[in-house]
Write a protein of this length. Structure first.
Length: 278
């Protein structure tokens, strides 16, 4: 029997968290999964909670409100067992939201984080990034994000967006599990700037090298010229209708720095898997 995918769903009990769960159930149709829900109650560092969930404060903060919110959250977590069966696991932690999600996911060695997002456009997007965006930027664990219910997907075609100029072996363990489970075809996409008059001759060679280095067998190679990564992915999807978009991120700047992934998380009505590059 295949090893279970250990999946974390951070929840605020919204419809977006429901979308995340439905997506995980889709994965569970073809591969064993272990589902964990995590609720984080935002609190300053001066607030602590012991192993018996007793909340304590190191200053004059009134903790009764937090105790009340903890009780409400635990009732909602208990209700998830009623809704989704006792096969799920639920967790409650106190702390800063993003830090708590990242530390919990890494310390418990999850294979994947799945988060729903409301998306954002215009001024709202410029003023503040969503929690999903920030997790994507900082998580060492792959993140699957989505804006709507996509439990109808067949997951036959995955778009892997990457800069193939210097092909290397990347950590694609989760992607390989999806490929194996769903017999998925991977579409490698190189996006070039519109200022480039012609695609360099070695692009296809680099894609083939990347596929060989990363043990990708069933794949196709594509190139597109566009204004930026976001537009290239959107326009490619309009023509080819991929089921999932997979994009690597790093903080090095250039065409594939993390902001491209964050924009797609906010704008693309497709499930997006983001993972950190070397």
């Amino acid at each position: 029997m295949d090893e279970k995918l250990k999946i974390l769903i951070p929840t605020d009990f919204s419809v977006q968290a429901e979308y995340a769960y439905l997506m995980v159930r889709k994965l569970a149709e073809k591969t064993p999964v272990e589902i964990h829900f995590l609720h984080v109650l935002n609190a300053p560092d001066s607030i602590t909670m012991d192993s018996n969930e007793n909340i304590q404060s190191c200053d004059d903060i009134d903790i009764q409100y937090l105790v009340h919110q903890k009780d409400i959250a635990n009732r909602k977590l208990d209700n998830l067992h009623v809704l989704y069966s006792n096969e799920i696991h639920t967790h409650f932690v106190l702390g800063k939201l993003i830090d708590s999600i990242l530390s919990f996911a890494e310390s418990h060695e999850f294979d994947l984080i799945v988060m729903g997002t409301k998306g954002a456009w215009g001024l709202k997007e410029k003023l503040s990034g969503s929690e999903t965006q920030i997790v994507a930027r900082n998580s060492r664990i792959p993140l699957l994000s989505l804006m709507c219910d996509r439990s109808d997907l067949n997951i036959q075609n995955i778009l892997l967006v990457h800069n193939f100029n210097h092909p290397e072996k990347e950590d694609l363990q989760f992607l390989h599990k999806i490929i194996k489970a769903f017999d998925t075809r991977i579409h490698l996409l190189q996006i070039t700037s519109k200022n480039v008059t012609e695609v360099p001759n070695n692009v296809m060679e680099n894609m083939n090298t990347f596929a060989a280095l990363n043990d990708i067998g069933n794949y196709a190679c594509h190139t597109i010229s566009d204004e930026d990564v976001e537009d290239g992915v959107i326009h490619f999807n309009e023509q080819n209708n991929m089921d999932i978009v997979c994009i690597g991120t790093h903080g090095k700047g250039g065409l594939f720095h993390h902001s491209a992934t964050e924009k797609l998380i906010n704008h693309l009505f497709k499930p997006i898997i983001s993972f950190h590059l070397k």
